[in-house]
Write a protein that binds this ligand. Structure first.
Ligand SMILES: *[C@@H]1O[C@H](CO)[C@@H](O)[C@H](O)[C@H]1NC(C)=O
Ligand SMILES: *[C@@H]1O[C@H](CO)[C@@H](O)[C@H](O)[C@H]1NC(C)=O
Ligand SMILES: *[C@@H]1O[C@H](CO)[C@@H](O)[C@H](O)[C@H]1NC(C)=O
Length: 280
């Protein structure tokens, strides 16, 4: 009798854990809160993370795993109201000294003024590839989808499924591309008021603290390695190209919402624009 009750309990536990582990996003399983002394919290059975920032500290988390090529999705709801000085991030980076990194940083603003989505791509420790955007919606009212698609051919950043930038693999033409360092996902909320908002002129209003940003629906589709090679070519995102209608959408965003593009900044590069800018 006791044995069968034990077996029944075991059965219930295993069914329950199956339900938990087959559920797409579970922050308990996928990430570690890495800093912030309790300001970063996993909530709602692992479905939600809230990061908070006050005058003593911000907070952050990182993925338990590293990925070599992946499509990574996160839904984020940014700090509402007067978010000037705050920086909310979602990025991939490696830890090698000559690191690779793909960045999304949301720079807060005073109430009523738009956030800036600051993006960058580092290859072997060299960045200088900033592109900045305003968003075509209020990113503080609802969750929106932010995606980094990193294949051997492209780094593409998408917002609600719309590609906003496409950094192509032009290694054959001499432009470095992230191809061999595994990257980990990081997210954080911190005080960047020395530079973030209107060039650092607008400071964080600590009377509005704590500032809170929310993350949910973290999804990673990465490669199945076999024989020392990434075996990804069956994944739909591996062959994703920004062509046709996708290209039209990207151009629409870049025409209407892009506020800075390093490839247009001729003054910044007196020796000439970076090579990839000339390959456009
Ligand atoms: C974000 O992605 C989810 C899942 O793919 C989808 O259901 C939802 O409609 C998307 N939201 C927006 C605002 O695009
Ligand atoms: C904040 O708003 C100002 C004025 O609308 C704008 O110039 C700026 O780009 C916005 N973003 C940041 C991060 O300062
Ligand atoms: C990964 O690849 C190996 C070898 O091609 C295959 O046997 C295995 O089923 C694959 N696993 C998944 C999860 O696709």
């Amino acid at each position: 009798m006791e044995f069968s009750i034990g077996a029944f309990v075991l059965y219930i536990v295993s069914v329950f854990s199956l339900i938990c582990f087959t559920h797409g996003d579970n922050f308990y399983k996928d990430v570690d809160i890495t800093w912030g002394d309790g300001r970063g919290k996993i909530l709602e059975n692992g479905n939600l993370i809230s990061l908070s920032l006050d005058s003593s500290s911000g907070s952050g988390f990182k993925s338990k795993r590293e990925y070599l090529f992946a499509k990574v999705d996160m839904q984020i709801k940014l700090v509402p109201g007067n978010s000037a000085g705050t920086v909310t991030t979602f990025y991939l980076r490696s830890m090698q000294p000559k690191h690779d990194e793909i960045d999304l940083e949301f720079l807060g603003n005073v109430s009523g003024s738009p956030y800036t989505l600051h993006t960058n791509v580092f290859t072997q420790a060299v960045g200088n590839r900033e592109m900045q955007f305003n968003l075509w919606f209020d990113p503080t009212r609802n969750f929106h989808n932010y995606t980094i698609l990193w294949s051997a051919h492209h780094v593409i950043i998408l917002v609600d499924g719309i590609p906003i930038r496409d950094f192509k693999n032009n290694e054959k033409k001499g432009v470095l591309f992230p191809t061999f360092q595994p990257l980990r996902m990081y997210a954080s909320l911190w005080n960047g008021d020395s530079w973030a908002t209107q060039g650092g002129r607008v400071k964080t209003d600590w009377s509005k603290a704590p500032f809170v940003a929310m993350y949910r629906n973290y999804k990673v589709d990465t490669c199945n390695w076999s024989g020392g090679k990434p075996n990804c070519h069956k994944k739909p995102w591996w062959s994703y190209e920004v062509t046709g209608n996708r290209y039209k959408q990207m151009r629409w965003v870049q025409r209407k919402f892009m506020i800075y593009n390093y490839c247009d900044d001729v003054k910044r590069f007196p020796q000439g624009l970076p090579l990839e800018c000339k390959l456009r």
